[in-house]
Ligand binder design. Structure first.
Ligand code: GLU
Length: 290
């Protein structure tokens, strides 16, 4: 039996510079791909302009380069894919697999926080667009965490694929892009576990081969609070990548090579990489944001 060649990816949103938390996702996905002899792609998730910071995409790419994390092939920019997203949505609307919804956030709160599908048959011609969620995936196998489940009610929700402000939803874009680029495994932070069920629902409904999944522990400054661009996690230092790379390897439970260049450090880290050594936890507290 032959398997498709491994294709992994890192998909940062340009809402700020690369910090220690996002370095872990970048490094973890890179090591996994390279240790499988696979490709590692980078995609800039720039379809949410209100959350973008000017210059952040280029800054992230320069940081990846400085850290020796060189990607394969062309970069993908989601902002250049909006025609494909819209064509998909038009098709879903035409086939009755998606519909407009005009419910407010307040109304959804009154439904208990999970949308109950009430606009499905109302024939609205504007508003947010929701998928008729037929696949309703509520569990999947994670390469690190094993069997993962989410509540049925969450899994069954007709979730939004295009927002009422006209922006394409992350769930739709990520599935179309992962399918388009033939991603065979998604390695990213454990904050996206629920998103993976949504995404699996779309993979199934669209008839695409779904990737495998591996969710890495999140670096948290406090319980329940991941380091993020929004809480001003300190950017990693492009001028001095080795300390942050070594700290990220330690965080992932990997041995720390005694190397003095990023190239030799990464080559050794790829050779040593072991999924079994990664802590099987959703969060790990670290001292600071740097
Ligand atoms: N763009 C998302 C983020 O920066 C990650 C998406 C993904 O890996 O699927 O949090």
């Amino acid at each position: 039996m032959s398997y498709p060649p491994y294709i992994g990816r890192f998909a940062p949103s340009p809402s700020g510079s690369l910090h220690f938390g996002s370095l872990i996702a970048a490094l973890g996905s890179y090591l996994r791909a390279r240790s499988q002899g696979g490709q590692w792609l980078v995609r800039i998730e720039d379809i949410d302009p209100p959350r973008e910071v000017p210059g952040a995409a280029d800054d992230i790419l320069r940081t990846l380069d400085a850290f020796g994390l060189h990607w394969d092939g062309e970069l993908m920019y989601q902002s250049r894919r909006t025609e494909a997203y819209q064509a998909k949505i038009d098709g879903l609307l035409a086939s009755g697999e998606a519909y407009f919804c005009q419910c407010s956030r307040k109304q959804i709160q009154a439904m208990g926080g999970v949308y109950d599908g009430r606009c499905r048959h109302l024939g609205h011609q504007s508003g947010a667009i929701r998928i008729v969620n037929r696949a309703r995936v509520n569990h999947f196998h994670d390469g690190l965490l094993g069997e993962v489940t989410v509540p049925e009610s969450f899994a069954a929700e007709d979730f939004i694929i295009k927002r009422s402000d006209g922006l394409y939803a992350y769930q739709l874009a990520v599935v179309m892009d992962d399918a388009e680029t033939g991603i065979t495994e998604v390695v990213r932070g454990a904050d996206l576990i629920e998103a993976s069920c949504r995404q699996l629902s779309l993979f199934n409904q669209f008839g695409h081969q779904a990737p495998a999944w591996m969710h890495l522990p999140l670096a948290c400054a406090e319980v329940g609070f991941k380091l993020s661009k929004q809480n001003h996690a300190t950017p990693v230092d492009k001028a001095n990548p080795l300390p942050a790379l070594k700290a990220a390897l330690a965080f992932l439970g990997q041995p720390i090579p005694d190397a003095h260049s990023v190239e030799s450090l990464l080559a050794q880290a790829v050779a040593d990489f072991s999924v079994d050594s990664i802590p099987r936890r959703r969060e790990i507290l670290i001292d600071s944001g740097g």
